[in-house]
Ligand binder design. Sequence first.
Ligand SMILES: NC(=O)c1ccc[n+]([C@@H]2O[C@H](COP(=O)([O-])OP(=O)(O)OC[C@H]3O[C@@H](n4cnc5c(N)ncnc54)[C@H](O)[C@@H]3O)[C@@H](O)[C@H]2O)c1
Ligand SMILES: [Fe+2]
Length: 435
Amino acid sequence: MSFAAVRNSLYKQAGIVSGRRFYGCLRRPVNTLNSRFNSKFIAQKTLISYRMSSSVTGFYIPPISYFGEGALDESMTYMKTKGFKICLIVTDPGIAKIGVAEKVAQIIKSKGVTVCMYDQTQPNPNVKNVLDGLAVLKANNADCVVSLGGGSAHDNAKAIALLATNGGEIGDYEGVNQSLKPCLPLFAINTTAGTASEMTRFTIISNEEKRVKMAIIDNNVTPSVAINDPTLMYGLPPALTAATGLDALTHCIEAYVSTAANPITDACAIKGVDLIKESLLECYRNGQDKKARTDMCYAEYLAGMAFNNASLGYVHAIAHQLGGFYHLPHGVCNAVLLPHVQSFNKADKHSAERLSEIAGHLGASANPDGLVKALHKFNRDMNIPKNLKELGVKTEDFSILADNAMKDACGRTNPIQFTKEEVIAILKQAYEHED
Ligand SMILES: NC(=O)c1ccc[n+]([C@@H]2O[C@H](COP(=O)([O-])OP(=O)(O)OC[C@H]3O[C@@H](n4cnc5c(N)ncnc54)[C@H](O)[C@@H]3O)[C@@H](O)[C@H]2O)c1
Ligand SMILES: [Fe+2]
C-alpha cells in the first residue's frame, strides 16, 4: 500500500474525512505517522471527534469531587465508609517538610485507616518514583492510594495505582487507553490550583534516560475522588501560585481552540477563564484570600473538565519537552510559551475568532493580538521569566525539542499541525521575546 493510501486509510478510520478544520489543519500527516504514538493514533479518535459533526464523544470526570473548606475531612470520612483498610499516601518532599503530609496522615488514621507513605516524588515525576512508590504499596498491602500535592504527586500516584492493578511497566501504557483494568481506588487531594491532575485521565511521567515526558491518557487513571480544599492552598508561595494558575489558564485556552472542543468543554473553559481573571492575581498578591483561593479551586477544576475531554495543544506539547529535557517547572514553561503558540494559532480563522472571545473575557481588546498582549502582561504582573533564554533553554537543542514536541499526543488537537520549522520558529520567538 502506498504512503498516501495508508495515510488516507488512517484518516478515514479516525473519521477525518471532511470538514474545514481537518482538511486545513492536519496538513502534515507525516507527523502523525512518524509519531511515538503511531500505533495508538486510531484509539485517539474519541479525542478528535466532535468537530466531525455528530460522532460520539465521551465526557470524563471523577465520580465524586469535594470542594471548599472542610472537603479534606469529609472526603476521608467517605474513604472510611467505603471500607478501605490500608492507604498509601503519595506525596513530595516539599509537602512533607511543611507538615501537611503528617497532618493528612493523622486525619486518615483518626478515621481508623492504616497509613503508609511514599514522600519522595520529584517535580516532573520519573519512572524511579513510580517503582519506589509501588514497592511501598506492595510491602504494606495497601488497598487504596491517596495522592497529596500538585500535579507531580497525583501523576506519580496514578502511575503507581495503575501498575498495582495492571502490572507491567509504566512505559507500556504511554498513549491512549492502553490498560485493561481500573487503577487502585485513588483519592486525590490537591494542594495547587493547578494542573487539575486530581481529576484528569492524564498522567505525565518523565523517562529520564530519553529525556522525554511520557503522556499516559487513560480512563483507568481517573481518580475515584477529587478533593480541593482551599485551606491546603493558603500557604502556596506566590511563584508557585502564579505558575500553577497560569497552567490552568493554558488548559482553558488550549481546550477552547482544540479541534476536539465541544459545547460542554467550551462552557468549562470560558467559566475557567472568567474565574482566573477574577482571582489569580488576588491569590498571587494575597495567598490567604479565602474567596480567591476557593475560586481558583473551581477555575482549575473547570479547566481540567475542559482539557480532560477536549485535550490540549502545542503549548503543552512543547512544554513537556522543556520539562523532560531541562527539568523546568511545567506551569512556568506553559506561561512563557502560551502567548507565542497562540500568535501562531491565530492563522487558523476559527481559532482567531475563539482567541478573540477569550481576549474579551480577560478584559483585553477582543482580537487575537489583544489576547497575546494580555497574556504577556499577566506574565509580567506575576514575575514569570520573560523568555526561554532566562529559563536556560539552549538554541542548539531546538531541533530535538521540536522533533519530540511533534511526537507528543497533546499536539494532535492543536488547531494547526505545525511543521518542524514552525515549531522551531515558535521556540525562537519565545527564546528572544523581550518586554
Ligand atoms: N496529569 C495531568 O492532567 C497534568 C496536567 C498538567 C500538568 N501535569 C504535571 O504536573 C506536574 C506539575 O505539577 P504542579 O505544577 O502542581 O507542581 P508540583 O506538583 O511539581 O509541585 C511543585 C512544588 O510545589 C510544592 N507545593 C505544592 N503544593 C504546595 C502548597 N500548598 N504549599 C507549599 N508548597 C507546595 C511542592 O512541594 C513542590 O515542591 C508536571 O509534572 C506536569 O507534567 C499533569
Ligand atoms: Fe498543564
